[in-house]
Structures are given as structure tokens and as C-alpha cells.
Write a protein that binds this ligand. Structure first.
Ligand code: SAH
Length: 497
């Protein structure tokens, strides 16, 4: 395999969204209050959220993240609930006059019903979520990820999947499923390894399945992986919204939800996916746990602020009874996905590899925003910046318990070292005489491995069938060889059988 030049690697020092100053914490939780009013740009998303809060009251941080990151609205009028109809009567006059102006320009008589519709239209118009309409990755975007930094990252992950496939009996057919594939770079690097190791995988029936909410990013993924523009599936009943064939001839399909991916022997990959899932935030008070909510700031026009819920909220059920921290973030969506992955793996075999920045149940306030490779106040100009929270691996482990075995979290520097990053770097380095390519390889290595950069902040976590760790296979058939209880690559040193 040759050396690929990643243009983004030039800006490595500024590019990692995981490299954050340690002063972020206090500053970002008391978000907004010390920002000058001039910074409070009223984005369509902010308008939409203010409208929503006026209608329903303060919203949870999870609801806020969901809206800001993945709201699919493109500006179409949407159904208006009774609560919203009532709340329209208390909307400020400036808002109503804008709606009236728009209605008049469209030459319509403005009944109360159409006034409602136009107001909602304006509220949702252009308020598409951050992930839905842009390419946020790389030098020109808001953050950069490991696969965008170095080809070696994806290559080693490709080897991990082959190693697990071999250790679990070399099933003749398997699905490779990626959650949140970004630009498709990581999958591209993995598939290149699969092609190079064609002799190992020959006669294997492999299919690729991508779970992606953003149509814009799925188009980029299609270009990267199939070199074609794939039309959207026309049948509204279809769970697959795009399908094609990869450059190496494998069938590839796109889904909006993991539940839609066909059940079957699968290997799952989620890199920097769990950190964008919505979190609920809680704070310990003298009255007990209270959820942190987002409300409109009554003091400053066009500004949001954090408030505490006056009483117990439903998401409190996700807190541990013996919780000792005084501030906690919980991510029920992550729990649902881990349970789905665990059930599938327990039923049909395979494995899941999850890589993200996070902690093992120790951190408190990690909710933050990124824009143009800089930290960004989460409540300012929503929709223009990435929102993220560290993954709590202890929660993921609890959600998998009883169904599958879990390994990790293991620091990225340890995982990649165990996978043979030093050997791979040496091979690529010696292959190229070009000084700029060599420098880029070294810079990429440093970014991935340096404990001050991504080496310690990022962690690897795996879900495996219990049988995998005890040397028994799910379904041994004539075409499979008996698996061994070899160490799991990355979590121990790599040993080829
Ligand atoms: N894995 C890639 C991209 C990480 S960014 C990389 O490491 O480079 C997060 C990705 O998850 C994006 O592709 C985003 O569109 C997708 N995403 C965010 N929320 C999602 C959800 N709820 N379901 C599926 N995909 C989602």
C-alpha cells in the first residue's frame, strides 16, 4: 500500500478538536453570560429554538443537541401543535410582523391559520441541523479526526477487523457496518486493506453498510467510496436510502438508523460517533439532582442561558443511585445503540469497535462546541458549530453487560502501538523519498500518538461475544475453522494465527 497525502495534515497543530485548554470547563458551563451581545448572532436555528422554548418552556440539553446537530428541516412548513398555537399569541410583535410581511409578499390574505403556518415556516426555515448541510471535517471545517490525519489509522483498523474475523472462525459472509462515517475516509482506508489482503478474504461475501443521518455527507461518502453520485432511493418504504458498489466491487448501502441495517454476522465501527449523541446534564443541589435546561435569557434579547429544572425530570432515571459526582452527563441514545449492538453480536457473532474521546465514569462537565478549530460557546449562534460531549465508557459497559463481553477503554496510543503502528510508519517512511510526505507521516504519527495530543484523550472500546474470549464459536460449519481464544488485537499485542 502506498502513501496517501492528506492535505489536512498540514494544519495538525490547530486541527484536533480533542486538544482543548484545561480552562474550558467553568467557562463553557456558564455559557453565554459573559459574551458581548454583539456575538449573539441570531441564526435561523436560534430563532427556531427560541420559538420552541416560548411554546413549550425550557428544553433539555439533549433536545438542544438533537435540534442543533441533526434537525432535518429544510424550511418547509410543519404541523403546528395546539401548544404552539396557544403560544403564538404571546410571540413578540417583531416576529409576527415579519410573518405578516412575508405573507403579504406572497400575495395571500392572512387568515389566523396561515399566519400560524408562516410563523412556523420562518421558525423552522433554514434551521437544518449542523451535520445536515455541510462538510465540517478537515482544515477548512471545524475539526479534524484521526482518519483525516493519517492513512495508517484506517489501515490498522482494517487489520483489526480481519484479525477478529480470523479469530472468530473466518465466516464466509460478513457485513461491515459503520456508524457516522463522515467523509468516508476511514472506510476507504479499511477497504483498501481488504483489497490488499485479498488472498486472505478470497471467496468471502462482504457487504458494506453505512448509518448516516446527513444526506450531504452521504453524498461525499458515495464519491469517496464508489466514485459515483448515487441517486436517492425513490421508494419511501425502503429502509435503504442509497445503494451502490464500492471501487473494489462490494455492495454498499446507506441507512438513517442502525435498526434498519439487516441482521446478520457483522463487524461494527463507530469512530467519533458517540460523542455527538445528545446528553442530558444533571447537577446535584441541596434538593437533590436537578436537570440542567436551556431557556431564553430574559435580560438580553436573542440570547439563551442555562437554568436548573425546578423539580425532578424523567431523564433522572438514567442516573446511578450511588453516583458520587456533583455534575453528570448521561446519554440514553448511546445506551440504546449499545444495547442494539450487543443483542446483534450475542445473536449472530461479530464484534464492535468504538473509538472516541471519553472517560470511564469520572468526568463531569464536558459539553462543548467547536467552530473553525476553536472552542465555541455552545449557546452562541447554534447550528454554526459542532456540539460534543465526552463519551462515558463506564455507561457503555453497563449497557452491554450480560449480553456481550467488553474490552477497554484503552488509550489510543496503546491500541495503535499494539496494532503495529511503528512498523507501518517505518514501511511507509522508507517507501517515499519525498521530504514533505515523510514530514507529513511523522506529523500524523505524532498527532495520533502523542499523549498531549490524541494519544491519551482518545480511547478504544470493543464489544465481543462471550464465546470469543473463551475460544468457542457461534456456529461452526464445514467452511469455518475452529477459533482460538487468542488475545484480541489492540487490547493485547497483535498475534497472527
Ligand atoms: N467517523 C467520522 C466522522 C465523525 S463526525 C470520522 O471519524 O472522520 C460524526 C458523524 O456522525 C457524521 O458523519 C455525522 O453526520 C454522523 N451523525 C451524527 N449524528 C448521527 C446520528 N444520530 N445517526 C447517524 N449518524 C450521525
Amino acid at each position: 500500500m502506498g502513501v496517501l497525502v492528506r492535505s489536512a495534515a498540514r494544519q495538525l497543530c490547530y486541527a484536533a478538536r480533542a486538544v482543548i485548554p484545561c480552562t474550558w470547563r467553568g467557562k463553557y458551563f456558564s455559557s453565554g453570560s459573559d459574551e458581548p451581545a454583539a456575538n449573539n448572532r441570531v441564526t435561523p436555528m436560534l430563532r427556531h429554538l427560541m420559538y420552541k422554548i416560548k411554546s413549550t418552556g425550557p428544553i433539555t440539553v439533549a433536545e438542544y443537541m438533537k435540534e442543533v446537530l441533526t434537525n432535518p428541516a429544510k424550511g418547509k412548513a410543519e404541523a403546528v401543535s395546539d401548544v404552539m398555537i396557544k403560544s403564538l399569541q404571546v410571540l413578540d410583535t417583531e416576529w409576527q410582523s415579519t410573518a405578516l410581511g412575508l405573507a403579504k409578499r406572497r400575495g395571500r390574505h392572512l387568515s389566523f391559520a396561515s399566519q400560524r403556518e408562516y410563523t412556523w415556516d420562518l421558525g423552522a426555515g433554514g434551521s437544518q441541523g449542523y451535520y445536515m448541510h455541510r462538510d465540517m471535517l478537515g482544515e477548512k471545517g471545524d475539526f479534524i479526526t484521526s482518519p483525516e490525519i493519517s492513512q495508517i489509522f484506517g489501515e490498522l483498523l482494517g487489520i483489526w477487523f480481519i484479525s477478529e474475523w480470523m479469530a472468530t472462525g473466518k465466516n464466509v459472509a460478513f457485513q461491515l457496518v459503520e456508524l457516522g462515517p463522515g467523509r468516508g475516509t476511514l472506510m476507504g482506508d479499511i477497504l483498501r486493506v481488504f483489497s490488499q489482503l485479498g488472498s486472505v478474504l478470497k471467496n468471502c461475501d462482504i457487504s458494506i453498510h453505512l448509518v448516516e443521518v446527513s444526506q450531504n455527507l452521504s453524498e461525499l461518502q458515495a464519491l469517496t467510496l464508489t466514485e459515483a453520485k448515487i441517486p436517492l432511493e425513490q421508494n419511501p418504504e425502503s429502509l435503504v436510502y442509497m445503494k451502490g458498489v464500492t471501487k473494489s466491487g462490494l455492495p454498499i448501502s446507506w441507512y438513517r438508523d442502525l435498526q434498519d441495517v439487516p441482521k446478520g454476522y457483522s463487524f461494527f465501527l463507530a469512530h467519533e460517533f458517540f460523542d455527538v449523541l445528545p446528553v442530558h446534564k444533571f447537577q446535584k443541589t441541596p434538593q437533590g439532582w436537578r436537570e440542567v435546561l436551556i431557556d431564553i435569557d430574559p435580560q438580553v434579547s436573542g440570547k439563551l442561558r442555562f437554568v436548573l429544572a425546578p423539580c425532578v425530570t424523567p431523564a433522572q432515571a438514567f442516573l446511578q443511585h450511588d453516583e458520587i459526582r456533583d455534575h453528570v452527563e448521561v446519554c440514553p441514545d448511546a445506551g440504546v445503540i449499545i444495547q442494539e449492538l450487543s443483542e446483534r453480536i450475542a445473536l449472530t457473532g461479530g464484534a464492535a469497535l468504538i473509538a472516541d474521546y471519553g472517560h470511564d465514569g469520572t468526568k463531569t462537565d464536558t459539553f462543548r462546541g467547536f467552530c473553525g478549530h476553536e472552542l465555541h460557546d455552545v449557546l452562541i449562534a447554534p447550528g454554526t458549530a459542532d456540539l460534543t460531549a465526552d463519551v462515558d465508557f463506564s455507561y457503555l459497559r453497563r449497557m452491554a453487560q450480560g449480553k456481550v463481553a467488553s474490552l477497554g477503554p484503552t488509550e489510543q496510543q496503546t491500541f495503535l502501538k499494539n496494532m503495529g503502528i511503528d512498523v507501518r510508519l517505518k514501511v511507509l517512511f522508507n517507501k517515499s523519498d519525498e521530504p514533505s510526505v515523510r514530514q507529513q507521516l511523522l506529523q500524523g504519527y505524532d498527532m495520533l500518538m502523542n499523549p498531549q495530543k490524541m494519544g491519551e484523550r482518545f480511547n478504544f472500546f470493543a464489544l465481543l461475544p462471550h464465546e470469543r474470549l473463551h475460544g468457542r464459536s457461534h456456529h461452526i460449519n464445514a467452511c469455518q475453522s475452529r477459533p482460538s481464544a487468542s488475545p484480541v488485537a489492540g487490547f493485547g499485542e497483535l498475534a497472527w494465527q
